[in-house]
Design a protein around this ligand. Structure first.
Ligand code: PLP
Length: 419
């Protein structure tokens, strides 16, 4: 459920008609609905209120300062995967005690920064990383809280690029080897082992793989406790899917119910790392039609947003609905590719899509553009990244100004030894 609806034939974000935002902020622009963000966070959090838990929203899905700050206000913690994300969280007012740090390639500088902030825990993905964290904690005179990210070897049945819990993935530690690593960690004095973690993939449309993973982790916890480890946290990662097209993902309360059936009396604080399910349907990308053109085989709608602004269709073959801002009926006989201005054939937002007969100047909204869209935007083709706007009721504010050409070259210099 989101708050992007037609009001008197014009697509609106909450109570703001999108043409008003196009006029004030230009296009392409990402538009977030505050009420939708809050609604989704609460829908996830509320069914868990009966058990000790922490919702650590995945920063990589959407790292906008304004969005992070809004989530802080809802009581959220964060799952980070880089020092830059830690910096963003702190700038947004996050409590470091609610931050968990995942990722296979944490650098020494990143580990140090996270230790200095006293984050809740590191989700460790290899033996070498374990030793590095121990070493850096030692030089800082600190004890690092750690979990191991376990690869439970379950098939999340999602797109291969976003599945992480298969045996061949680079993520996590094989469950069969993990017991050995827990034992080894005992000999490292600057570590405190506090938990077990996994994250098996993204855009999951069934709870079965998550329940399967949880079942394996519960077994592992029992085993570790028998060996006298104090396991206080069970981190189940993120991964819950959303409706982009016709998917019917489980609702958060159904997910919570199924998990609790497996792990009700575990005596752990549950950590969740939802990304997409919180932010995915809470934003649209507003874009303007530049041209239309017909070839012998295809119709093209050329818009001012490209794969540098939203790479999901090109990268994953992802489907995003495209709604005309001024409601016009879709004509059954008109099928078009909606493409951007980038010089790549992979630059498209939609392929072979039944579309209304739009003309230059018309506005379109790429739906479900809150997750892995702006956070993946680049400057390819020397295109300034889009503006971002937050809507609340009938008000809206620019939360990130559109980049300028000056921004494009801000970090660059021409060497003095000449050309
Ligand atoms: C990407 C990621 C998430 C969030 O995944 P969603 O599918 O957006 O919920 C959570 N945890 C880790 C470790 C991740 O890499």
């Amino acid at each position: 459920m989101h708050h992007f609806e037609y009001q008197k034939g014009i697509l609106s974000a909450e109570n703001v008609p999108l043409p008003q935002i196009a006029q004030a902020a230009g296009t392409p622009t990402y538009i977030y609905s505050r009420a939708t963000l809050i609604r989704h966070f609460r829908a996830f959090d509320a069914p868990l209120l009966g058990i000790p838990h922490l919702v650590c929203c995945s920063v990589k899905a959407c790292d906008s300062l304004a969005v992070l700050n809004l989530l802080v206000g809802q009581g959220a913690g964060f799952d980070i995967v880089s020092g830059g994300e830690l910096f963003r969280c702190l700038a947004a007012g996050a409590d470091p005690k609610k931050i968990v740090y995942s990722g296979v390639g944490k650098t020494p500088a990143e580990i140090q920064a996270a230790l200095e902030q006293d984050i809740l825990m590191f989700n460790v993905e290899s033996e070498q990383e374990l030793k590095k964290i121990n070493e850096i904690a030692g030089t800082l005179g600190k004890k690092a809280r750690i979990s191991f990210r376990i690869n439970p070897e379950v098939d999340p049945r999602t797109h291969p690029y976003i599945s992480t819990g298969l045996r061949e993935n680079k993520f996590g530690i094989e469950i069969s080897r993990s017991r050995d690593l827990y034992q080894k960690s005992r000999r490292l004095p600057n570590l405190e082992v506090v938990g077990v973690d996994c994250h098996i993939g993204s855009q999951l449309t069934s709870t079965a793989p998550l329940v399967e993973a949880l079942t394996k982790l519960v077994e592992l916890i029992a085993h570790l406790r028998a060996l006298d480890f104090t396991i206080r946290y069970l981190d189940l990662g993120g991964g819950l899917g959303i409706t982009y097209h016709r998917e019917t993902p489980p609702l958060p309360d159904e997910y919570a119910r199924e998990l609790l059936a497996v792990a009700q009396d575990l005596d752990c604080t549950f950590i969740f790392e939802p990304g997409r399910v919180i932010v995915g349907n809470a934003a649209v990308l507003l874009t303007r039609v530049l041209y239309t053109k017909e070839t012998d085989t295809k119709n093209f709608i050329i818009v001012d947003a490209g794969m540098n602004d939203c790479i999901r269709p090109s990268f994953y073959g992802a489907y995003h609905q495209i709604w005309p801002v001024a409601q016009i009926p879709v004509e059954r006989d008109y099928v078009a590719d909606v493409v951007g201005p980038i010089c790549e054939s992979a630059d498209y937002l939609a392929k072979d899509r039944p579309m209304p007969r739009v003309k230059p100047g018309d506005l379109l909204a790429l739906m479900s553009a809150g997750a892995y869209c702006m956070s993946m935007a680049s400057n390819y083709n020397a295109r300034p990244r889009p503006a971002e706007v937050m809507v609340s009721g009938s008000r809206f504010e620019v939360i990130r100004r559109r980049e300028t050409f000056e921004d494009l070259i801000r970090a660059e210099t021409i060497p003095r030894f000449g050309s």
